[in-house]
Ligand binder design. Structure first.
Ligand code: F6R
Length: 612
């Protein structure tokens, strides 16, 4: 959701900025723009539509400035239009600003500025920021050593809401100021040049050394130097973090789409996530540990997340409950944060977020902490906001996930959560050792089994060909298969725009069966040998009513009544979601391709949902 790029160095900034924006396209946006500092002041080029349109703008090739900021906008205040696109300038054309987030008190700020004679040319909340900076710059900062920085800080004091902003100043053309509050922003350190971005992949080809700003920390950058300040404008020292991802991992690498590439990267992502944690000894996490004494006090575990990450919680709740004997609730973060949850110091809250920047999940984490719970963040992005808020943090090692629809992050989250549950069970001694040893062995076998599950593309494609014109589909499963049904249904909706619903198979007769008629597609997941016969009976009911059926199973089902049966390798029931989702990810992918849609950037969706 919205993307920020910045460059300050010795090269021409505009191509670097546009290239960076292209790499942030997956976050979702409706307009794009850049601002550079030229000989005669700040120049802005922007329009609604795709980033690539910037190349067509008159004069774009004449920009020579080596300092610039850039933005992809996801409309919140005001429709997508050139006027509403970022960057925005103040009335005197002295400051240019790009902004991610939402300024909640912008009406108030706008009225205040209007009363001081400022005019507004867009419907955005953002336009208040450069004008507010200008107001303070002109007003009362004569005594300040660094008027530019001091004016940005004064303006930020007035802002309520979330923001990551970059600011250029005409009078200080060799610097820029950046600051964040509840919105992502990273600074990449180069040699005689520095980069800014909303997330790491956009600038990974330039540097692997990053600084991560905390809320209300300011950076004052030149090409050779970055100075960091806290909210009182006291100089602070920040450590540079080196990121292990390589630039190639953020490229398509010969695949048609990032999503397909990421589906095929799952064996590696799972292997990397397992890392050195599993062997014949007890599980040890490198940078995280909990004591047996503490775990014994835990009466409830909450797993809290959004979308696919929440489905990873649903897919592993049983593992925690069965192995650790602790009740687990899985909750959508946007609900949790507003429900006055029953959380105390006897509750352990696990927050899952691929991006680590999801606003609802971060707010839910802050709430849980305020109520005394201990918090663990599971994220794929080193140093992301959530990892800095939580008491403990563990990483999936899926590498950058670019496609909006999450695939490898989901299976990596499932893997890591299963490992965490085994770790708890080992500490608590709540499970027999042979059960845990077997599960660990099965986890180690998973990358190979995922490779096998990725092989049967022909059957998946042929079923996708048969049903891609349909407008409704249903996913059924019992127990853990129901959790996978929910994720498979979400994946299909996201990238194919086909309406779909997931039901616990036993619920069918309590309502949804009324929707089954000739030609409706019903997809069932059956991996639990104890429940297979029951789910088959449910599927029989829909076949009788004319449904087309696809079965995903690890059981020896060969039944002519079903239109297609996809066999996946056998594994422990608790781990089966990691395999059963694979053909269903491919199914959604091929449906989307058949329909000629943009798989990686589905309409209305953003990769990082950084606002509410
Ligand atoms: C679906 C999808 C979303 C995300 C959700 C949470 O494919 O990607 O449902 O899972 O927006 O995002 P993170 O994990 O970044 O918090």
């Amino acid at each position: 959701m919205c993307g920020i790029v910045g460059y300050i160095g010795k090269q021409k900034a505009s191509p670097i900025l546009i290239n960076g924006l292209l790499r942030l396209e997956y976050r979702g946006y409706d307009s794009a723009g850049i601002a550079t500092i030229e000989q005669n002041g700040i120049t802005i080029m922007k329009d609604k539509g795709r980033v690539a349109n910037l190349y067509e703008l008159d004069g774009i090739n004449n920009l020579t400035g080596t300092v610039g900021i850039a933005h992809t906008r996801w409309a919140t205040h005001g429709k997508p239009s050139k006027e509403n696109s970022h960057p925005h300038m103040d009335n005197s054309n002295s400051f240019a600003v790009v902004h991610n987030g939402i300024i909640e008190n912008y009406h108030e700020l706008r009225s205040f500025l209007e009363s001081k004679g400022y005019s507004f040319y867009s419907d955005t909340d953002t336009e208040t920021i450069p004008n507010l900076i200008h107001y303070y710059y002109e007003k009362d900062l004569e005594a300040s050593d660094n008027k530019f920085l001091a004016a940005v800080k004064k303006a930020c004091d007035d802002l309520k809401g979330s923001f990551a902003i970059e600011v250029l100043c005409k009078d200080d053309p060799e610097h820029m100021v950046v600051v964040r509050q509840d919105s992502p922003l990273v600074i990449g350190k180069g040699m005689g040049e520095n980069y800014i971005s909303s997330d790491i992949p956009a600038i990974l080809s330039f540097t692997k050394d990053f600084y991560l700003l905390n809320d209300r920390e300011f950076a004052y950058l030149s090409k050779d130097k970055i100075q960091f300040y806290n909210n009182d404008l006291k100089l602070i020292v920040k450590e540079v973090k080196s990121i292990e991802w390589n630039a190639a991992s953020a490229e398509k690498d010969g695949y048609d789409d990032f999503m397909l590439k990421e589906i095929y990267e799952q064996p590696v992502a799972i292997r990397e996530t397992i890392g050195a944690k599993l062997n014949e000894k007890k599980i040890v996490f490198d940078d995280f540990s909990l004591s047996k004494e503490y775990l014994k006090t835990i009466q409830k575990i909450y797993i809290i997340a959004c979308g696919t990450a929440m489905h990873a919680g649903l897919g592993t709740r049983n593992t925690f409950e069965q192995l650790c004997n602790i009740p687990v609730e899985v909750e959508v973060a946007s609900e949790f944060r507003y429900k006055n949850p029953l959380v105390s110091e006897k509750t352990l809250c696990i927050f899952i977020s691929q991006s680590g920047e999801t606003a609802d999940t971060i707010a839910a984490l802050k709430l849980a902490k305020s109520k005394g719970a201990r918090t663990i963040a599971i994220s794929n992005v080193i140093g992301s906001s959530i990892t800095r808020e939580a008491d403990y943090c563990i990483y999936t090692h899926a590498g950058p996930e670019i496609a909006v629809a999450s695939t490898k992050a989901y299976t990596s989250q499932l893997t890591l959560l299963n490992i965490l549950a085994i770790y708890f069970a080992e500490l608590l001694e709540t499970s027999e050792e042979n059960i845990l040893t077997e599960l660990k062995q099965e986890l180690l076998n998973l990358p190979k089994k995922v490779e096998l599950a990725l092989k049967d593309v022909a059957s998946i494609k042929s079923f996708a060909d048969m049903v891609y014109k349909e407008s409704d589909m249903f996913f059924l499963g019992r127990g853990i298969d129901y959790a996978v049904a929910l994720e498979a249904s979400l994946k299909l909706k996201e990238i194919s725009y086909i309406h779909s619903d997931a039901y616990a198979a036993g619920e069918l007769k309590h309502g949804p069966i009324a929707l089954i008629e000739n030609g409706v597609t019903v997809i069932s997941i059956m991996t639990n040998p104890d429940l297979v016969e029951k789910t088959i009976s449910n599927v029989q009911e829909v076949i009788t009513r004319g449904a087309k059926t696809l079965i995903v199973t690890n059981q020896p089902i060969e039944d002519k009544r079903f239109d297609q049966v996809i066999h996946i390798p056998e594994t422990s029931t608790l781990l089966s979601p990691i395999l059963s989702i694979i053909p269903l990810q491919l199914f959604s992918y091929y449906i989307s391709k058949e329909k000629g849609l943009d798989v990686d950037k589905p309409r209305n969706l953003a990769k990082s949902v950084t606002v509410e």
